[in-house]
Design a protein around this ligand. Sequence first.
Ligand code: ZN
Length: 307
Amino acid sequence: MKNTLIALDKSGSYRVYLTITTEMCEQARVIHGATSLAAAALGRTLTAAGLMGLMLKGDGDRLTVQFKGDGPAQEILACANAKGEVKGYIADPSVDLPYRSNGKLDVGGAIGAGTLTVIKDLGLREPYVGRIDLVSGEIAEDLTQYFAVSEQQPSSVALGVRFGEDGRVTQAGGMIIQVMPGASDECLQALDDMLFLMDSLTLLISDSQKALGGSPDQLALLNDLMQRIFGGLPEEYRPEVLDSREIRWLCDCSRERMAKALVSIGKKDLQTLIDEDGHAELNCHFCRKKYDFSKSELIELLDYAQN
Ligand code: ZN
C-alpha cells in the first residue's frame, strides 16, 4: 500500500519525502519484542532508511544505516533498497531508560556517543561509505548532519514514533526535505520559519487521522498531512506531488543464505560444529526467524567450504 509522497515545491527550491510508517514500525516492534524506547529508536531508523532507499536511483541499489554508540542500545541497523523494502534490528531490544525531562523517550541516551555510518551499494566495485560522529543520538538530528557533511546535501529530517497506552505504535512517520541547487532564499527562509513552529510529526499524523476519521486510505491521510505541514506557506512555495511510493518491512532471508553463512565460517569451524553440537541453529538478526541445520546437512555443506 502506498504510504509515501515525493513532492517538489512550485519554485523548485526543495524536494520533500513524506511517509507514514505506523504499520512497519509496529511490525518491527512485535518482531523484536522491543520496549517503547527500543521500538522508537528502531522505528525512526527504519523510517529514515526507507526514505533514503527511495532516493536511490538504480533498481538494485541498496543502503545500510547504522548507529553505533556507547549507550545501552549499542547498535541499531537498518537496510533498505530502492523499492522501499526495509529491514532492521536493535542490538538490545529490551533497553529501557527514564523519560527525558520534556516527557519524551530518551533515544539519545539509549544510543549514547558514537557514530552514524551509511553504506550505499550502488552496484559499483566499492560501496560508498559515509561516517559522522553522532550529534545527539536522536536519529533525525544525526541524519541531518550526515546529509550536510557526507553528502553536501542541505536537508531537514523529522522522524517520530508514538505509542498508545497498550504499547502499540499508534503513529509513526518521517519527512526529509532536501534543498535543491539554486533554491530561492525567500523560500528557504519561509521553510525554516515553518519548521521552527511545526508540531511533532506524530502529533500532526494524529490530527490527520482524527480529521479524516475511521480508517482513511494512506494517500488521503498523507495529502491531509502535507497540507497541515506546508499549507501555511505562500502559494509558490507549497509542494506539488510528483510520485507516490511504498515503504514496507520485508526480510529477504532464506535457507540458502543461511547455508552460505555457514559455509563461510570455513571447514574447520564447520567440523567443530558437527562434532560438538551435531546440528546448527541460526537466527536471522532482522526477522528473528530460526533456521535449523541437521548433522547430515552440515556434512553436505562441508564440501562447499574453503580450508
Ligand atoms: Zn529474516
